[in-house]
Design a protein around this ligand. Structure first.
Ligand code: PEP
Ligand code: MG
Length: 888
């Protein structure tokens, strides 16, 4: 590999070698620090070691190459000269932070070391310069703790114990009471522990500290939790992290110093107001870790002192900066700052994570403010995040027993059994049960438990603590900082306001209000709000694909219409027979010994089907409705146990043993490839003829109510054009009979599903008998990959985890395999019938990545489950916008 030309990029008040567009090289943090310094915003000087070095580091046996080290020292010298301090200078020491910074934010997943450069000599220099020996020694003991934990990989509790013992001995309530002498004692004790436990002297040479810290931060790219996070968020391993080395500024230098985190708009609601938290006399990590409860940035009614009141000048400066940043980035920012003795420093700016609700409001309002245009706004919303808005909230009328109120960290409602560890949350999930993960505070180790749980409750931490940020990103309900709760991990219990809740008991969280309730509280369907509607309308303006829904009942059809479905793309008629009053009639039809018996059963089914179709046509009010004819893998409908067979025989008035023999005879080794789909009608034409009649009669009935409908009759599982030719002729003759009987005429279409490879490759001939195609990508995936839809889940995980398949092909279309067949089917079909209408109704119709593909191959519509219709509308708009952008 050719070595990159430049590895280290400086920033500060005099120099800025990078900019915001260089995220892949400098990581998000580094690129934005460079950008801020170019904007003249006060940023402590420093430099970024590029992500390319992360890959080289691992290729070189976990070593930073010598030539890169030389560049680092040069960049360090620039920092020294800007500040007039010296690294390792005893009289006037420069201290630095060493932080990770990947291309996209991975909150808390990788390592950080602060106050680096301290030793027994430089600490005295710092004490003199700052005229605050307590601060200097406290920084030193914090540095040793952090360095031992991160770089020397010591168990953090070993040093914590030393600290806690001293606190107990001195009867101190908090760390703030430590005297200089205490801190000196702690420093010596910590070093002793390092020698005892690790067999090494704590490194006193700042350069040695620096090289080890850089190595440790690069190595943290490959910790278990970082790997899990990358998998969850589809972040490629090859990206690597950058390392940012920056002069330390101190929010813990006493009076007039502070540190904080803020959002330029409210990340929960999207409201345009400056929103954040700060801690006086603290280091940045204290806010993020949620160890102390922070105070608000802007004035609030509750009487807590805000930064606005505590340091009005710095507050005003911060307001000016946040406005400048938001205008510059044209995006809501999440910022970190430190005030050192009245001087404000910006430590970070990045795109702020937000709830889906907030994302929509921010996007709409930024259009109104003229900050972004409609297209940009649409491209900023993750389509699947809309699902967050479609989730239930708590029923306001339901009876509730309030246990306590914490911070509304991430909205939504969650009900589940209390558990105290991630493992237990995962175990419940594996057993299809719901868990509420209760923790004092969450750390990155809890990520898998947070994924598995329905909701998260923490007793410590603020709105910007780990639990809050991560839960919001996941769209998971979270109540944080519920300080009235007392959690006892050993006894596995939660005590709050006189209640004792043991592991396994049910509680309910309201992530929108921060309330925690005893037991299960009823939930209600959500109302996504006006900005959702606005954004959906915008999506409709730009998309080319139509969006329909897969709906089998009038109720589903109604939900789908409310979500904006423009028709029904798949009505699975066999699903109309799942009800207890209907299933026996279908069984009677399936089990019929001869045509006469079958017709008797079909005669019973006809009125049921007709009334369902009337309901659906009425609900859809003239919008297209595609009705897929019967396609039941027969085994799904037949009883299996002897008792069930006996009971059915009694109900149908049949002989038990004869019925058992008939069921036995119908058994198939491979029902998915068996007597299903159009094959049923090839052998028993009367089945589809009954369905054609039911549709035709229903059309006539709704026409009388002045509802115009053009039904689209869809024949499933066609492999050869002959099947379609034969069945189409039968359907047409039956519909014509009804038209004659009723003395009326109406239009209708007859089309087919393309869900077998043979159908895709012979689509040209099939199109001659089809008015439309709809790709059944569930079966097409099954038959193209030779993977059983019902069983592949058992081993597909290993394929995806092992990188053999990029994603589950039943979720996101296998572009290189199944996708090629889809494209071939579309092209061949349209070659023989240029205006052939083509859609998709497999599960992929609601998956954004697949929708992008379907747009590219020129489908007319996608059809998906009702709750995914909004997702599909937005994904379709994004596909169209991306295509236009790519053509430019
Ligand atoms: C399909 O195969 O993609 C399809 C929509 O049909 P079903 O899922 O009912 O087999
Ligand atoms: Mg199918």
């Amino acid at each position: 590999m050719k070595a990159p030309e430049k590895f280290v990029f400086s920033f500060g008040s005099k120099i800025s070698e990078g900019n915001a567009t260089m995220k892949s090289l400098l990581g998000g943090k580094g690129a934005n620090l460079a950008e801020m310094s170019s904007l003249g915003i006060p940023v402590p000087p420093g430099f970024t070691i590029s992500t390319e070095i992360c890959n080289l580091f691992f290729e070189h046996g976990e070593k930073v190459p010598e030539n890169v080290k030389a560049e680092i020292l040069k960049a360090l010298a620039k920092v020294e000269s800007e500040l007039g301090r010296g690294f390792a200078d005893i009289a006037n020491p420069l201290l630095v932070s060493v932080r990770s910074g990947a291309r996209v934010s991975m909150p808390g997943m990788m390592d950080t070391i602060l106050n680096l450069g301290l030793n027994d000599q430089t600490v005295e220099g710092l004490a003199k310069k700052s005229q605050n020996p307590r601060f200097a020694w406290d920084s030193y003991r914090r540095f040793i703790q952090m360095f031992s934990n991160v770089v020397l990989e010591m168990n953090p509790s070993l040093l914590e114990v030393v600290l806690e013992d001293l606190k107990e001995e001195k009867k101190y309530k908090s760390d703030a009471e430590f005297t200089v002498e205490d801190l000196k004692y702690l420093v010596q004790e910590f070093k002793k522990q390092v020698l005892d436990q690790r067999g090494i002297k704590f490194p006193s040479d700042p350069h040695e500290q620096l090289w080890s810290a850089i190595n440790a931060v690069f190595k943290s790219w490959n910790t278990g939790r970082a790997i899990t996070y990358r998998k969850l968020h589809d972040i490629p391993e090859s990206w690597g992290t950058a390392v940012n080395i920056q002069a330390m500024v101190f929010g813990n230098m006493g009076e007039g110093s502070a540190t904080g985190v803020a959002f330029t708009r409210d990340p929960s609601t999207g409201e345009r107001k400056f929103f954040g938290e700060f801690l006086p006399n603290a280091q940045g990590e204290d806010v993020v870790a949620g160890i102390r409860t922070p105070q608000p940035i802007s004035k609030v009614k509750t009487g807590e002192e805000s930064l606005e009141e505590y340091m009005p000048e710095s507050y005003q400066q911060l307001v000016d900066i946040y406005k400048k940043l938001e205008k510059h980035y044209r995006e809501m920012q999440d910022i970190e700052f430190t005030i050192e003795r009245g001087k404000l420093w910006m430590l970070q700016t990045r795109t702020g994570k937000r709830t889906a609700f907030a994302a929509l409001r921010i996007a709409c309002e930024m259009i109104e403010e003229g900050l972004i245009n409609e297209k940009e706004a649409l491209l900023r919303i993750a389509p699947t995040s809309l699902e967050q808005l479609l989730h239930p909230t708590l029923d306001s009328k339901a009876k509730k027993t309030l246990l306590t109120k914490g911070l509304p960290a991430s909205p939504g409602a969650a009900v589940g059994e209390v558990v105290f560890t991630s493992e237990e949350a995962e175990l419940l999930k594996a057993n299809s049960k719901k868990a509420i993960l209760v923790r004092i505070e969450t750390s990155p180790e809890d990520i898998s438990g947070m994924v598995a749980a329905q909701g998260i409750l923490t007793t410590r931490g603020g709105m910007t603590s780990h639990a809050a940020v991560v839960a919001r990103g996941m769209g998971k309900c979270c109540v944080a900082g519920a300080g009235e709760c007392y959690v006892d991990y050993n006894k596995e219990e939660l005590r709050v306001n006189g209640y004792l809740i043991k592991k396994g008991e049910i509680i309910t969280l309201d992530g929108s209000t921060g309330e925690v309730f005893l037991g299960e509280v009823k939930t209600v369907e959500p109302t996504p709000g006006i900005h959702f509607e606005k954004m959906m309308k915008l999506a409709d303006k730009y998309r080319k694909l139509n969006v329909r829904a897969n709906a089998d009942t009038p109720l589903d059809a109604k939900i789908a219409r409310n979500f904006g479905a423009e028709g029904i793309g798949l009505c699975r008629t066999e699903h109309m027979f799942f009800g207890p009053d209907r299933i026996d009639v279908v069984r009677e039809m399936i089990l019929a010994e001869d045509r006469e018996d079958r017709i008797k059963a079909l005669d019973k089914l006809l009125p049921m089907q007709r009334s369902d179709f009337v309901g659906i046509f009425s609900e859809m009010e003239g919008k297209p409705v595609t009705i897929r004819f019967l396609d039941p893998p027969l085994h799904e409908f037949l009883p299996h146990s002897e008792e069930e067979i006996a009971a059915l025989a009694t109900r149908l008035g049949k002989d038990n043993s004869k019925l058992g023999a008939r069921i036995e005879a119908l058994k198939e080794f491979n029902p998915m490839l068996g007597h299903r789909g159009c094959r049923l009608a090839i052998t028993y034409p009367e089945i589809y003829m009954m369905q054609a009649r039911a549709i035709a009669e229903a059309v006539v009935l709704v026409m009388k109510k002045n509802i115009k409908v053009i039904p689209e009759i869809m024949i499933p599982l066609v492999a050869t054009h002959k099947e379609l030719q034969i069945l189409r002729a039968q359907v047409e003759s039956e519909v014509q009979s009804v038209q004659k009987e009723q003395n009326t005429k109406f239009d209708y279409l007859v089309g087919t599903m393309i869900e077998l490879p043979r159908a895709a490759v012979t689509a040209g001939e099939i199109a001659e008998s089809a008015d439309f195609f709809s790709f059944g990508t569930n079966d097409l995936t099954q038959t193209t990959l030779g993977l059983s839809r019902d069983d592949a889940g058992r081993f597909l995980g290993s394929y995806v985890n092992g990188g053999i398949l990029p994603t589950d092909p039943f979720v996101s279309i296998d572009v290189e395999g199944v996708g090629v067949l889809v494209k071939m089917g579309v092209d061949l079909g349209r070659r023989s019938k240029p205006n052939l209408k083509v859609g998709v109704c497999g599960e992929h119709g609601g998956d954004p990545a697949s929708i992008d593909f379907f747009h590219k191959v020129g489908l007319n519509y996608v059809s998906c489950s009702p709750f995914r219709v909004p997702v599909a509308r937005l994904a379709a708009a994004q596909a169209a916008l991306r295509e236009v952008a790519a053509q430019k």
